[in-house]
Design a protein around this ligand. Sequence first.
Ligand code: MN
Length: 521
Amino acid sequence: MRGRVENLLEKIHSYNPKADLDMVRLAFEFAEHAHKGQMRSSGEPYIIHPLAAAEILADMKLPTNIIIAGLLHDVPEDTPVTIADIRKNFGDDVASMVSGITKLGKLKYRGVDRYIENLRKMFVAMASDVRVIMIKFADRIHNLETLGALPPNKQKRVAMESLEIYAPIANRLGMNEMRTRIEDLAFRYAMPKEYEWASSLASKAASAKERYIARIKSVIEKDLRDAHLPIVQIQGRVKHLYSLYQKLLKHERDIVQIHDLVALRVLMPSVGDCYAALGIIHQRWKPLSGRIKDYIAQPKPNGYKSLHTTVFCDEGEIVEFQIRTVEMHEEAERGIAAHWRYDEDGKQAQAALAAQLGWVKDLAENQRQIRDNDAYLESLETMKIDVFQNRIFVFTPKGDVIDLPEGATPVDFGYAIHTDIGNTCVGARVNDQIVSLDSPLHSGDYCEIIVDKNRKAPNPDWLTFIKTSHARSHIRTMAKSKLNKWLKDLSDAEDGEQKKYVPPSAKTARNPKSRKQKPSK
Ligand code: MN
């Protein structure tokens, strides 16, 4: 155990020479003392678990305070030592992280509510301090690594929860390494038969393909050198098992149809070199049409940047290339955690989170505002939809990119641009074709919203097809205020004024085509 602690300290020192290693050692001893006599289900001393979590955090090259909080993360929940004791010994910052994890961990809901409630807690914790989520990831990874010691029903629950909650959040934070680790560990316990099937299929296919990829690598390496392009590194990367499995499900379980089982990753010093390398690759091999993706000019919503191309390669094989700079690679693997390198207190990372992921704050804010329980549960459902659906990019006529969930419609698009555009939209033109307001948009579409300034309110029928909670809440609010106004007008009329009132539903029925719901003056 001592040796393992020394290794941890060495690891921290290697990426952070200024780290206060004495404090880390102290935190270990504090935790070891607090957990004295406690055992894991595996029969090992409990301290192994927080130590392993701290190692995972150090692998992520995170600052010492996060690692210290990682060592202490189970102390207040499982031992007589309190948050106040931790504050006294390790200060406010560490204490507040540990208390964040403790709040997150106390959740013992059962049934459907459990999932949603867990999700909510994750978001609230993330919005207040994203570092808490990093510790939760490390905690979860070690629990997954040691899942074998638990009874099967518990294994399955923890594994499913990891796939459904933890992995998507890691993905949204751009933390690919964390996501793939969680997914592959959980996959085996969540779907044991499918795991066996996919892993035997993958190992056969990959070993055949790896030899081929090694050959292609030397071909392109020579081409790039001949063109005097400075290569940092070319590596073959094997698709991780769970994402391969998901792709297989989309392609009739036929591995022959998966072109990126093994891909070549080309790391270049600068953005210009990346585009130059793309050109060299296309000079040698013809690209498949529609498979060139420029995520440098148009990054994915989670910040992912890279050039992707799939080419008809030697001997009729199809090969994917991913070209990016070293910084892009670092960001792609570590995501939000990449911002911490020179940022001991995590302020920069939290700011980056806020900037990149305004939705986290929005969601947490929505949570606080909702008092009514039914509305609250419903908002959690839509929040789940917003965050975990795959995203598409749709362009405005000015060329701005709007990030929407899959299946979003022109109404969602309109509301995403501006509430007034959403409220007054009457039609849409997608790639120069007039389409109905409920037709799903696709990535890369150009969408133009046709508005009618005279339109007073959105159509409540839109609620049946829209996909974003943003649009939903605006339509609801407008519908409510319109109803109130109508009721008020009605009572004014009963007071003696001679006005004729047409209820919204009657108006819609009479004029279904325009769907305008202008109440008569
Ligand atoms: Mn733990």
